[in-house]
Structures are given as structure tokens and as C-alpha cells.
Design a protein around this ligand. Structure first.
Ligand SMILES: [Zn+2]
Length: 174
């Protein structure tokens, strides 16, 4: 894992492999823009223009998943995704307890998303802005019904961990 901060493993060989990976997901025109936004605003620039579904729901997961055209389009595209070569310090978890992975994913069509993208559409639809929903509706990988593990509903253990985290964060306030 290369990480945001330490590019310790970075060398010309890595660069060639990374470039090939980018080009599997982004057009040449998109790559020019990617370089511009990274130069101007770093990774924030990249995510603000090419990020898909980086949201933080503030309400509980719905009881049943919504598996409509949007969720199915996201599922089909996500099955063709690849993990980004950079990662984050730790895992992030959704308000409902569902854990996301420590890295993001490239999606066909020139997007970067996170491992909870299907989960957000299925269980937190009210938190998905219309602009993000429109991007999803334009994904061009067809439609697939998600499997239960792709929906990433929080497991009872994740749900419990969430409660423990909440108690710990309260302890900081004495
Ligand atoms: Zn959730």
C-alpha cells in the first residue's frame, strides 16, 4: 500500500503499472483533467471532480434495501472495479456500523468510489444527493442484482462495535 503520505515504494516501475491501471478506467481526455485537478488541489481536487458516492449518511439504515435500477447499475459497475493503489490509515464505518475497506475503487467510466457505494444506495437512499444519483444512472456497465454480501448490511458484531465506539467517543468528554 502506498498511502497518501509516504510514497516510499514509488519508482518508475510503479508509475508505469499505475498509469496502465488508470487507463483501464479513464479516457485520455479524463486523464488530462485528472492531472490538472491533482496539480491544482491534490487528492481533494481528484475526489471532488471524480469521486462518486463519498457521502456520510446521518440516519440509520433502512430496514429493507432498495434494489432498483440505480442499485443494480452500481452493482454491475462495481463488479468491474479495481482497488486504487493508495489507501487510508484505517477503516471508516458507516453510521449503521457497516465497515468500509481501507482503500477506494476505480470504476469504469472514470470514477473513484468507495466500498460502501452499493450499501449507500440500498440502505441510505435518503442521504444520496440527486447529483450522485444522476452519475449512477449514467454508469454504462449494465445492471446486476446485488448479492447479500455486496449490500454490506452491518453484521451484529459491527453493530455492537459501533456502540462501543460511541461510548468511547463520549468518554473523551469526561
Ligand atoms: Zn450504513
Amino acid at each position: 500500500m502506498y498511502g497518501y503520505g509516504g510514497m516510499g515504494h514509488y519508482d518508475i516501475h510503479t508509475e508505469v503499472i499505475m498509469r496502465e491501471q488508470w487507463l483501464r478506467f479513464f479516457s485520455k481526455e479524463q486523464m488530462i483533467r485528472v492531472q490538472e485537478v491533482i496539480r491544482a488541489n491534490g487528492m481533494d481536487g481528484l475526489y471532488s471532480e471524480f469521486g462518486l458516492l463519498f457521502i456520510e449518511p446521518s440516519a440509520e439504515a433502512s430496514a429493507e434495501p432498495i434494489v432498483d435500477e440505480a442499485t443494480r447499475k452500481m452493482t454491475a459497475a462495481f463488479r468491474r472495479s479495481e482497488s486504487t493503489p493508495w489507501g487510508f490509515g484505517g477503516v471508516h464505518s458507516c453510521i449503521c456500523g457497516a465497515a468500509s475497506e481501507a482503500h477506494d475503487y476505480f470504476l469504469p467510466g472514470g470514477w473513484i468510489t468507495n466500498s460502501l457505494c452499493i450499501h449507500y444506495l440500498a440502505y441510505h437512499r435518503d442521504a444520496v444527493p440527486e447529483t450522485e444519483l444522476q452519475k449512477v444512472m449514467h454508469l454504462g456497465s449494465g445492471m446486476r442484482f446485488p448479492r447479500p454480501r455486496e449490500l454490506k448490511r452491518a453484521s451484529p458484531q459491527e453493530f455492537k462495535n459501533r456502540a462501543i465506539d460511541a461510548i468511547r467517543s463520549l468518554e473523551h468528554f469526561g
